[in-house]
Design a protein around this ligand. Structure first.
Ligand SMILES: [Zn+2]
Length: 255
């Protein structure tokens, strides 16, 4: 069989499987699946802290989890202002607009601007410094659940990976408050990353601890949040919004 035809056939099969799955699960309002987690905390207005590295991470990577956790009290801890191209001030404003779309009140958004935590794709942040700052935030706001990147950081950005290292440190050293759990966002391979909703059957088969899937209307909100980051909307970002599975699917694992 010619390769292009085989690829087309695979795409159609995945699409049909996704449609079948969504219909079977009556997924018209979006879906949230949890396994072996603090379900009670997740359904009774838990206090959830999203820990990101740059303004736009929340919309680019975490929008499905944020929108599906609308019943929770949400906080965002963004560890830098995204000043790599000296656009930090603009990006702070864009982040607050995006958070308003995603249901995080501006009073619950913290944007660090620390000289030892620069926005840089190859700078690994100091784990002790970062974990101290994150822990202080968790304790101040009595957080039940922390959500952040996994060890590969979705895009392999060193700053993303540093957040995982810091939270992992808090978890393994038992520094987190009693009952506080950590969910990390699964990094998928390049093929899966850009097949949008077609990744759903694969995500489901991987059996994550939490799977958040957006319905069409919610996916529209995720796109609106991305559009708030006007300074970042270069041509390839528009393609990202169309094709990335992180705009519609988040699969996460507990530490
Ligand atoms: Zn980032």
């Amino acid at each position: 069989m010619p390769i292009p035809f085989a690829l087309l056939l695979s795409f159609i099969s995945l699409w049909l499987a996704s449609c079948w799955w969504l219909r079977r699960r009556r997924c018209c309002h979006g879906r949230t699946f949890l396994k072996d987690g603090p379900e009670a905390a997740m359904t009774s207005s838990p206090r959830v802290l999203f820990v990101t590295a740059h303004p736009d991470d929340e919309a680019m990577f975490f929008a499905p989890a944020l929108l599906r956790l609308a019943q929770a009290q949400l906080w965002l801890f963004c560890a830098s202002s995204g000043n790599y191209y000296s656009q930090g001030e603009v990006r702070k404003t864009e982040l607050l607009e995006s958070c308003a779309v995603l249901g995080i009140p501006s009073s619950n958004v913290t944007i660090l601007d620390h000289r030892d935590l620069p926005d840089h794709p190859s700078v690994e942040w100091d784990v002790r410094l970062l974990s101290d700052l994150i822990l202080k935030h968790i304790e101040t706001h009595q957080i039940d659940l922390v959500v952040t990147f996994d060890a590969r950081g979705v895009s392999s950005h060193a700053n993303h990976k540093s957040l995982y290292a810091a939270v992992r440190y808090l978890h393994s050293e038992r520094k987190l408050p009693e009952g506080c759990r950590v969910l990390t966002l699964e990094t998928v391979n390049l093929f899966r990353k850009y097949i949008s909703i077609l990744d759903l059957p694969i995500s489901w088969l991987q059996s994550p601890d939490a799977l958040f899937v957006l319905a069409e209307e919610e996916a529209g909100l995720a796109k609106r949040a991305m559009q708030c980051h006007r300074s970042q909307l270069l041509w390839f970002r528009h393609l990202y919004v169309i094709f990335s599975r992180y705009m519609v699917i988040n699969s996460l694992k507990f530490l």
